[in-house]
Write a protein that binds this ligand. Structure first.
Ligand code: HEC
Ligand code: HEC
Length: 264
């Protein structure tokens, strides 16, 4: 009797030992099926709404090609849709060099991007917007190899916008040579402004503060984020390492003056 009991126990153990990997496999397969369903759905949205600009390969070479060509101070600037194959994104709340969060991408897709002709997609359902984001991620291997980093903390000090903070920001603007690209008055016409190229070798014009049309958003918190994360791929650097948090907030104060939002 004892021997039978033992055999039965080992048989039972073996049964469960075999069942476990099967169960894990089934769960994994299910998740995979759900993922590919979402991506399939995203592909449909992409084909109807994004392909014309961002292209079938996600390299920004859609039918439209150049979305805008403008003469700015006699020099020609062209704007191309983003190339997703490099996995480099500009409007993030994550540190420079990092992938954006899903929320960052959702914001861009929902609101569009001012000053660049990337339209808003508020009319696309939330489910489809989330699906198209998953599809965009299939264009670069970075999304399989890396996790998105943690967003940077943003806590606006009460003194932002005070005359002392503005004066300090103005000094930093001079010392950090922001004017070399953005010009003394922030009109985007600094001595280096005509020679700048983005990571793809296309001409890029530094932001003209007087237009007020920041791409990250124009709340002080958005401007601070841009100074901390940098707009990767555009030539606008991150100042997380070269400036203290306090200095970046002083710079925000002066930015608000250059944008005409507050008086000096
Ligand atoms: C009319 C052309 C156009 C259409 C349509 C369009 N885009 Fe864009 N998109 C652009 C341009 C131009 C940029 C680059 C803007 C810039 O860098 O200033 C861009 C940038 C982006 C970015 C990069 C944001 C970043 O942080 O760098 C994402 C993501 C994006 N588009 C997703 C989409 C998705 C998804 C769709 C479809 C639902 C779509 N776009 C439709 C023109 C377009
Ligand atoms: C090497 C040239 C260069 C330097 C130096 C530079 N920038 Fe920029 N900056 C750019 C470019 C190019 C853009 C436009 C990026 C775009 O349109 O996608 C930009 C964009 C911006 C924007 C707009 C962000 C947005 O959300 O649209 C602000 C604000 C800004 N820069 C402030 C500064 C300040 C302040 C400094 C100095 C601490 C500075 N920049 C230094 C090239 C530069």
């Amino acid at each position: 009797m004892k021997a039978i009991g033992k055999n039965f126990k080992s048989a039972l153990l073996l049964f469960f030992a075999l069942l476990l990997p099967c169960a894990i496999l089934m769960v994994a397969w299910d998740a995979h099926a759900a993922d590919s369903k979402l991506i399939e759905k995203g592909k449909k949205v992409y084909e109807s709404r994004c392909i014309i600009c961002h292209g079938p390969k996600g390299d920004g070479k859609g039918l439209i090609g150049i979305v805008n060509r403008a003469q700015i101070r006699g020099s020609v600037q062209t704007i191309y849709p983003r190339d997703f194959t490099t996995g480099v994104f500009r409007f993030r709340t994550t540190p420079t060099g990092c992938l954006p969060t899903d929320e960052n991408l959702l914001r861009v897709v929902t609101n569009g991007i001012p000053r660049s002709y990337m339209p808003s997609h508020e009319d696309v359902s939330m489910e489809e917007r989330k699906a198209v984001i998953e599809y965009v991620k299939t264009f670069s291997p970075r999304w399989k190899e890396e996790e998105a980093c943690k967003p940077i903390p943003v806590k606006k000090p009460a003194w932002v916008g005070t005359p002392e903070s503005i004066a300090k920001g103005k000094k930093i603007y001079r010392e950090m040579k922001c004017w070399e690209c953005h010009g003394e008055q922030g009109k985007g016409d600094g001595p280096k402004s005509d020679t700048l190229k983005d990571d793809w070798g296309d001409k890029i014009i530094p932001f003209d503060f007087t237009t007020g049309a920041t791409k990250m958003g124009f709340a002080p918190e958005n401007v601070y984020t841009a100074y901390t994360t940098g707009l990767d791929g555009s030539g606008m650097p991150s100042f997380e390492d070269s400036m203290s948090e306090e200095e970046r907030w002083h710079l925000v104060s002066y930015t608000l003056v250059l944008m005409g939002r507050i008086k000096e």
